[in-house]
Design a protein around this ligand. Sequence first.
Ligand code: UDP
Length: 236
Amino acid sequence: MGKNKDMDLLKNGKRIDGRGKEDLRELEAKAGILKRADGSGYFRMGNTEAVAAVFGPRELHPKHKQKPQRGILQCRYNLAPFSVDDRKRPGPSRRGKEIGKVAEGALSSAVFLEEFPTATIDVYMEVISADAGTRCVALNAGSIALADAGIPMKGLISSCAAGKIEDTPVLDLKGEEDMNGQVDLPIAMNAETGEITLLQMDGMTDIEEMDEMMDLAIKGCKKVAEKQKEALMETF
Ligand code: UDP
């Protein structure tokens, strides 16, 4: 996040890719794309793409990690080396671990984990193309994969970011906007219950702007939820 004075991110109400302030990038969603997983999903927002695979529920090992009253979700987020312009160093990173952790929190609240004592459900989210919003797109694919695996859920988790560019709140930042903008505010929500399950922020804002960005992001999540549902319906 940092403003590049040479870059016009907003001109006559239009963004660098021609979108208006409240427009999402093009969305695409698929369910059941991987043969070997118990459930799988794909999600794309513009040039950011992720696939997700779910395995389980299965008994968690080592045993001391088990929870007697409920199952747990274990999430892995990985940015593929070929997903970014400068090849990313393969293997775990602090950023990846952090996103895996927050994804665990974001998805867990939607799953009836009490139905699976001592078990784990593993969610692998692989970003195959990155142009900002990768945690959101990974979560959207992960949630489709959980539903595709037949895991009982209180609703799908849907995610997108709002942000601020040229002092203006906008929906769903793309790479150049994320890099040269002022705020990035990714959220995830359960579109059935309205519960916000992830909220992170990079940059500076005030209460009014925060409200405006939250409203935009919530509208975005609802559109994402529609796309996720369409993909799941197609597999029936
Ligand atoms: N990015 C990158 N290499 C990295 C991490 C990030 O090129 O190792 C790019 C990528 O396009 C990503 C963007 O920076 O989408 C923004 O990353 P951020 O950490 O804000 O997370 P995201 O918006 O992807 O959830």
